[in-house]
Ligand binder design. Structure first.
Ligand code: UDP
Length: 473
């Protein structure tokens, strides 16, 4: 494994954002965490340093914990392509999806165990008895026995799940069981995801976003348009200001890299309403379904002024996701099948990932500029993209699956689509928001408030303090 260094961040900026009592509670949590962890390290282990929700979540939360005086460290395991094939299969299975249908038999088990044995050996040099180790997702579950045997307090956090567990889910749990028996506690994003074998030692902690991260920092509309123009995601408006954002360390920077874009027509005009989905290239995010839903929308409302942007990470960049390139290919193939007028209005963008903060600034601009942000996932543990858009007061359309149902209250702070596979229902929801700016604005305003109270770092940090308490009990 390799370490990703995390800079400490002060909690002070929350002072201006939180009502007095909440600010005091946050400070009390910080003190409690520091006292409890004196002389101990809080390790987090996952499988990728960039791309996807966990890599998004960890650095900011760990930075705040560090700022509060807790020695937090982040390790990323390393594995072979065969290992990541097995873990991607497990990831799909925990979502109740067959994935590519490949087996989870003895040779997959041997491959999984061998890679994790090597990683555990190196971790054991660092981890001391009494340290807390938070292992993330199926990729790391098999590390639990070795770390627990060395005296660490091991917690496994699962960011995926399925509301209606079936045989696929059970198969994944059987695979993971030998590792998970060694975990003292397990953390899930919603109660429905807790499997019977972990029912007596699970807690529910939904994820959060960092409102001060580059991805969520305020941005003037003309800067937003300039960033999108420089990235190639829209026409560069005349007299556009510098495409600047502020790095996490406070230093201003400029967006300089373009996206790889597949499209026929010209870039969207700055005043063209955009329907946007930002996601990894994963079949469970249903990018092809979004394209078909958008086609349905234009079929039913040919005069509607709207364009679709499907954006995801550059496919070369996501080490633990071997499926990404193939998924992008299927989207390109589906795009090629569309009539010319539709291809002109659908834009596929692979966003540059070399500089994570630059990538975050581009995603920020895209979400802010969107007329409607969609997340048409077929399964979703918890969709950070939706919470990010809601914080920006954007109206969202999301599938009524998994954690999205906790994030979006239908007709209150967004619209949920009951049948994720149905392009007609999806198209109708998107149309409602495009043609009714009053509704869109009302949902957006409420969305921001819902995120502020439920899905930001202070709530998450206080849940962690409770977790530490339970772990030491
Ligand atoms: N993301 C990004 N660049 C991309 C695609 C996604 O920064 O090109 C981010 C996105 O903004 C979000 C995270 O990756 O913060 C995805 O998290 P989510 O929970 O939505 O889905 P996951 O990838 O974990 O399944």
């Amino acid at each position: 494994p390799f370490e990703v260094h995390v800079q400490a961040s002060s909690l002070a900026p929350f002072h201006a954002e939180l009502p007095g009592a909440e600010w005091e509670a946050l400070q009390a949590s910080a003190l409690q965490a520091r006292d409890r962890m004196v002389g101990r390290t809080f390790w987090n282990v996952n499988s990728t340093a960039r791309g996807g929700g966990v890599a998004e979540l960890l650095p900011r939360l760990l930075a705040y914990a560090r700022g509060a005086g807790v020695d937090t460290r982040w390790m990323v395991i390393e594995g072979t392509p065969a290992f990541f094939h097995v873990t991607k299969r497990l990831h799909h299975a925990l979502h109740g999806s067959q994935g590519d249908g490949s087996p989870l038999g003895p040779s997959e088990r041997a491959c999984y165990d061998e890679v994790l044995r090597d990683n555990a050996e190196e971790l054991l040099v660092l981890v001391r008895p009494g340290d807390v180790v938070l292992l993330h997702d199926p990729q790391t579950a098999g590390l639990a026995p070795a770390l627990a045997a060395a005296g660490a307090r091991v917690v496994w956090r699962c960011h995926v799940g399925c509301d209606m567990p079936d045989e696929e889910v059970a198969r994944a749990w059987r695979f993971l069981e030998p590792g998970l028996t060694a975990a003292r506690l397990a953390v899930f994003s919603r109660a429905a995801y807790v499997p019977p074998m972990l029912a007596d030692r699970s807690v529910v902690i939904p994820p959060s976003i960092d409102i001060f991260a580059v991805k969520n920092q305020p941005m003037a509309p003309e800067v937003t348009r300039s960033i999108l123009g420089h990235t190639g995601l829209m026409e560069l408006p005349p007299d556009a200001p510098e495409p600047v954002f502020t790095r996490a360390d406070g230093v201003p920077a400029r967006v300089s890299r373009g996206a790889d874009i597949v499209r026929l027509g010209s870039a969207p005009a700055p005043d063209s309403p955009l329907v946007v989905q930002v996601s990894r290239w994963d079949p469970l995010k249903d990018p092809v379904g979004v394209l078909r839903g958008f086609a349905q929308l234009l079929l039913e409302s040919p005069g509607l002024c709207a364009e679709l942007v499907l954006a995801g990470p550059s496919v070369m960049s996501v080490a633990d996701d071997p499926e990404a390139a193939a998924t992008l290919e299927t989207v390109i193939a589906a795009w090629r099948e569309q009539p010319h007028y539709l291809r002109q209005r659908v834009h596929l963008a692979c966003l540059p990932m070399a500089d994570p903060e630059e990538n975050a600034a581009i995603v920020n601009a895209l979400q802010r500029h969107a007329a409607v942000v969609v997340q048409k996932s077929l399964r979703e543990g918890f969709g950070l993209t939706v919470t990010e858009a809601m914080w920006k007061a954007r109206p969202v359309v999301a599938s009524a699956v998994g954690g999205l149902q906790d994030q979006v209250r239908h007709e209150v702070d967004g619209l949920l689509v009951r049948h994720p596979g149905d392009p007609v229902e999806f198209a109708a929801a998107v149309r409602r928001l495009l043609v009714d700016p009053v509704l869109a604005a009302r949902l957006g305003t409420q969305a921001r408030e819902h995120v502020r109270t439920r899905f930001t770092a202070p709530r998450h940090l206080s849940d962690f303090v409770d977790l530490l308490e339970q772990l030491d009990a």
